[in-house]
Structures are given as C-alpha cells and as structure tokens.
Design a protein around this ligand. Structure first.
Ligand SMILES: [Zn+2]
Ligand SMILES: [Zn+2]
Length: 472
C-alpha cells in the first residue's frame, strides 16, 4: 500500500459512487433504444439455435451505437461468433486496444498489470415453443446490453481526468465483452460456447434472469436429459398376442418404476418425463415406444447417483418385457449454478440502493430450475441473479409472456441492469473484491470437483453423460 492510500480512501469511495450514478444515467439515457431491442426480440419469438432475428437485432444495436468520444469508442461486433446465432461485442477502456485510453494503460504498467480485466455480460434471447417469450429472455438480452452500456459510459467519464484521477490509478485496462448466448431453453448454447473457447480469458461474467422476485442467487440444479427407445415386435393383439413383444409395456413399466423410485428419492431430486410414442393402433402390439425424461439434482455428484438409479428403472423394464432398449443422453448436461457470495453481496448492496427488496436467504426452498449458466460458473466466476418484472405470473406461462413484453417490466429490467453495472464497477475499482470473488470461485469449485473429474477448462462432462435445458 502506498503511504497516501489510506487517506485517499474516502475520496475514492465517493468517486466510485459518482461513477455508479453515471452508469445509471447512461442506462436511463438509452432506455428507449433498449426497450425497442427488447420489444423486437419479444415480438418475434425464436426457438433454440434459430434465433436469427434476435441475433441480428442485438448486432445492429451494438453496431449502431455512437462511438462516443473517439473512433476507438465503438463496439467491435462479431456476428455468428462460434455459433450461427451467437454474438460478441467488445469495447476496451485503456490498454493497446484503445488509443484514447492511454492514461489508464500507463497506470496499469505502473502497477505491473498489463492484461486488461475482462468482464462479460451475457444476453439470452431464445423463446419457448407455442408460448413465445414466457421465460422473458428478451429482458435478459436487454439487461445484458444495458449493463454493458452503463459500464462503458461510466468508464468513459473517467477519461478527461486520466492519470490524475485517483480511481484509474488502481486498475488495469478493462475489456467489456457482451456475449449473445443462444439456446438456453433447449440444448445449452453456453455449453457449446464454453467448449468453443468463448469464455476463455474472461475474469467475471454477469447476467440476470426474470422471475417473480429479486434474488441474488437461486439454487439452480444440475440436469441430465435422457431419451429411451424400446424396440419390441408387432403382432395381432387379439389373434396372436403371444407372438408380440410389447414396447409400450416396457415404457409403462419404466414410468411406474420411476414413480416407485420417487418415494425413495431425496426431496431435492426431480424426475419428470413423457411417453413420446406409445404405439399406433390398439389391435397391433406396439413394436416401438419412446420416453423422454429430465433428471435433476442439486449437485453433479447427486445427479450421477440419480442417473444410475433411473437407468436401472429403464433397463429392468426392457428385461421384463423382452424388448431391446436404446438409452441416449442429451448433448449437454446442465451443471448446478455455483454461488459466489462476494459478488452476490456486492449486487445486493447495489440493488438495495436502487430500491430492490430481496427475498430472504432462509426462504429459499432449495428447489429451482436448471440453466446452462451453471456450466459457466464452473469456468469463470459469475452472478445470475433473478429479478421481479412487475407481475406475479409464473415463468413458462402465457401470462408471463405478456408480462415480459409489458411496459411495466422496463422499469425493473433497467433497474437490474444498473445494479449489474454498479457491481461491475465494484469489481473493477475495489481490488480486494476481485480477489475475494476469485477466492470464492476457487473454493466452491474445489468442493464440487472433489467429487468429479472435471479438467481445469471444464470442457468435458464429469458425468460422461449428456443432457439439455434451462431455468427451464
Ligand atoms: Zn429462462
Ligand atoms: Zn425458461
């Protein structure tokens, strides 16, 4: 610590508050364009991996923003980044990527830190079949974009004072990266992006998901999806039933096996599924039946136990009926979301200043959905808070679709974006916080991986099984 640092602290804290106000003002100033972006995505709902119009809307949004005080102030937009409907937009403050930011870069060199701090903001934009944006992912895209704009505006306001500004001396260059992440409701676009290296080098990531309440963390669980196909033998159901092998019986037995298993499951485990195919005509012994099931548990360790139990239910049904069985996992397993207490604490402090009322931690039931953001939390520290949108409707209902497109939701979406941008400023300008965030990440991950064989880059599933799905 430099001798004069302690005496500078109150002035720096006040300066940081000023920057946070600036971020909020910048978000307000763009409120119309942000609402338009959200509305555009909402009014043309697209399913996982098909979000071409949403991708274009977001690309146009960032490409069309005024560069600010210098040509280097423009966002560098990469369309179809690693996936057709994924997107990346970058902007850098200080360092070599930004000629206008020479002052912070010089300060960074002074501190011996050359690499920019890389902060990511994630935008989802896929919808659900039949009911449109019933999970409000149009608002996720808006919040991610708005938070990135707010952070950029705040950092730009530091430039005139440059090296003379007490705050900029404490930070290296900052790179703000917006990632458009498709296919959260089905498939797991973020998992594809992790495998493709899109999250490499990011230091902290931010996003927020619409809900019925404000919560810095909800325990989204791990998920493995399975498709089970039973192959039997057709026969006349009245004349020669003994010649047939009944695939529907296998499906029904498997369904009932799982229902029996449910009584012995932990209260936090979930097994739910459908019979997708159960034969074609009552007088033909069904030669083919198909089941689709989602399996969920709070950790990957518990999920692997549940998966084994469920697979035994499927296998024994095949054995009992004499059917052949094909059991296939989804392409991507969703991991449980790891908490990051330090980030959550900073987010709650900022959110409260903006009037958010957070649900008490002890009211959490331990039950939630699943999201591919879980996998992200295994490779980079991040936060995935939930936010109220002005309606008591539940996600994945028609009523929630209406709420996600309403004008009322705009206030809450922008407020959430402000809290995220303010938390990002804390990460940048409170060096102790960044260290704590990294330590939380390391310790929580260590605990989780004690059970698993996940390599450092998290690119291979520790379960050796596949699946798919979202706060879904
Ligand atoms: Zn969702
Ligand atoms: Zn959903």
């Amino acid at each position: 610590m430099r001798p004069n640092e302690a005496s500078e602290a109150p002035a720096l804290a006040a300066r940081l508050e000023e920057l946070k106000r600036r971020a909020a003002e910048c978000i307000e100033a763009s409120s119309e364009r942000l609402a338009e972006l959200s509305r555009e995505i909402w009014s043309r709902p697209e399913l996982a991996y098909e979000e071409r119009q949403a991708h274009d809307a977001l690309a146009r949004f960032f490409a069309g923003l005024a560069p600010g005080s210098s040509p280097a102030g423009a966002w560098l937009v990469q369309r179809s980044y690693k996936l057709e409907t994924a997107l990346r937009a970058d902007w850098q403050w200080g360092g070599e990527g930004d000629a206008a930011g020479a002052a912070p870069a010089a300060a960074a060199v002074e501190d011996g830190q050359k690499a920019p701090l890389r902060l990511g903001f994630l935008c989802e934009y896929d919808a659900l079949p039949g009911i449109g944006h019933a999970c409000g992912h149009n608002l996720i895209a808006e919040v991610g974009a708005a938070a990135a704009l707010g952070l950029k505006g705040a950092l730009e306001s530091l430039r005139p004072s440059g090296a003379a500004d007490g705050l900029s001396r404490h930070v290296p260059a900052v790179k703000v990266t917006v990632l458009g992440t498709p296919a959260e409701e089905d498939g797991g676009g973020k998992i594809d992006l992790i495998k493709a290296g899109a999250f490499d080098g990011l230091d902290v990531v931010f996003m927020a998901h619409p809900s019925q309440e404000d919560a810095a963390y909800l325990p989204d669980v791990a998920e493995h999806d399975v498709t089970v196909k039973y192959y039997g033998k057709a026969s006349h159901a009245a004349a020669y039933p003994w010649e047939g092998v009944n695939a529907l019986d296998a499906a029904v037995l498997a369904y009932n096996n799982l229902s029996v298993l449910r009584q012995q499951m932990k209260p936090t485990w979930r097994v739910h599924g459908i019979i997708k195919n159960g034969g074609v005509k009552p007088n033909i012994i069904p030669s083919y039946a198909e089941l689709e099931f989602y399996l969920r548990a709070p950790s990957l360790k518990e999920l692997s136990i549940l998966t084994e139990k469920a697979e035994n239910c499927f296998k024994s049904a095949a054995l009992a009926t004499g059917c052949e069985m094909e059991l296939k996992g989804g392409a991507n397993d969703y991991y449980n979301v790891l908490p990051n207490k330090s980030l959550e604490k900073a987010y709650i402090e900022n959110g409260k200043k903006l009037g958010m009322e957070f649900i008490p931690e002890d009211s959490l039931t331990g039950l939630s959905g699943s999201t591919d953001f879980g996998n992200v939390t295994f490779v980079v520290p991040g936060i995935h808070p939930y936010f109220y949108i002005g309606s008591d409707a539940l996600n994945h209902t028609e009523q929630y679709t209406t709420a996600a497109g309403s004008e009322e939701a705009q206030f809450y979406a922008l407020r959430t974006a402000k809290a995220l941008a303010m938390t990002a400023l804390d990460v940048i300008f409170k060096p102790d916080l960044l260290e704590k965030v990294r330590e939380d990440f390391r310790l929580v991950k260590l605990k989780e991986e004690g059970y698993l064989n996940i390599p450092e880059n998290g690119k291979v599933s520790g379960l050796g099984i596949g699946a798919a799905c979202a706060s879904r």
